[in-house]
Design a protein around this ligand. Structure first.
Ligand SMILES: Nc1nc2c(ncn2[C@@H]2O[C@H](COP(=O)(O)OP(=O)(O)O)[C@@H](O)[C@H]2O)c(=O)[nH]1
Ligand SMILES: [Mg+2]
Ligand SMILES: [Zn+2]
Length: 289
């Protein structure tokens, strides 16, 4: 039976890409009964009905499942921000990072439009590299580091996440000119470009692998225990020698994280994000009971 990857789901159909072509598939009735849901990114086995139509019989074991948007088998998330226009939002970056850390998916931070604010770009890159993240400094307008971007995408399934207007589609069009993704402001986008990014879909790269140009993440809720949050801030880990265990690193005395903060070994802006997310988790917990 042929196998392929689901690159798009639309109107009850799943579009399954094989080496030869793309098949428009329904799922077998028994899968629905067993509540087996097929997601974009899933590798599947299907019955070939001819004329590029098919029926999905089986989902092959799933490695990961990202939520909102739901995509299976992601290898990495590229968190995309612009240094300027729109200004980089570190709070939002930190929130994305926490969610990606929590789901154990490798992250690469990308800063685009660096030609608009070189110093700021270098400063932010240094700060996050010190934590251990990979940071790519990019400019779609000046085509800077596009080769590096291409190399990082080859043979992987990569989700491009980040606010609207930071240059995700512009960069993807440089990586693969045939994508012809719509770019520009929201009003400029109407009627331009071949693809609009209303639905998550896998776009095949000629170097192998796929990218997902998401319409944006509705990253709002942090579904985790409050004690799990600190481990989503990698630079906290080495300082978690606190008097209390577990320690939330907020109001407790003799806290290793707060001492590191006072020494300047942990950045104030990162710790602020930590406290804000902690408060949100605690607030959500209260509502539950
Ligand atoms: N100055 C500058 N503008 C850019 C750069 N990359 C993209 N833009 C512009 O930013 C706007 C939004 O780009 P787009 O790719 O649609 O962003 P998306 O919403 O993240 O997909 C467009 O007007 C682009 O021309 C860059 O490197 N430098
Ligand atoms: Mg876009
Ligand atoms: Zn502590």
């Amino acid at each position: 039976m042929p196998q392929g990857v689901v690159i798009r789901a639309y109107n009850g159909y799943h579009y399954v890409r094989t080496e030869a072509s793309v098949f428009e598939c329904k799922t077998r009735g028994k899968m629905k009964k067993q509540r087996e849901k097929v997601y974009v990114g899933d590798y599947v086995e299907f019955e070939d009905l001819g004329q590029e139509k098919g029926i999905i019989e089986k989902i092959l074991p799933r490695k990961t499942l990202l939520e909102r948007p739901t995509i299976a088998n992601i290898s990495q998330v590229f968190l995309m921000f612009a240094v300027k226009d729109p200004d980089v939002n570190l709070k939002l970056l930190n929130r994305f990072l926490v969610l990606a850390e929590h789901s154990d998916i490798p992250i690469v931070i990308c800063l685009n439009k660096v030609e608009l604010a070189e110093e700021e770009a270098n400063r932010i890159a240094e700060e996050y590299r010190a934590i251990g993240y990979t940071v790519l400094l990019l400019s779609a307008h000046e085509e800077r580091n596009i080769d590096m971007l291409k190399a990082a995408l080859a043979d992987k399934i990569t989700v491009f996440a980040g606010p609207s207007g930071v240059g995700k589609s512009s960069l993807l069009n440089l990586v693969e000119p045939t994508f012809e993704l719509a770019t520009g402001s929201v009003s400029e986008k109407i009627g331009r470009g071949k693809h609009t990014t209303r639905f998550a879909q896998l776009l095949p790269l000629s170097s192998g692998g796929y990218v997902v140009d998401t319409p944006g993440f509705s990253y709002t809720e942090f579904e985790m225990e409050e004690t799990a949050l600190a481990s989503c801030f990698p630079e906290f880990r080495q300082y978690e020698q606190c008097r209390f265990s577990p320690c939330l690193h907020s109001h407790e005395p003799s806290c290793g994280v707060k001492e590191a903060l006072d020494r300047g070994d942990i950045r104030q802006q990162r710790y602020q994000s930590y406290l804000e997310i902690l408060a949100e988790i605690q607030e959500a917990k209260k509502k539950k009971y």
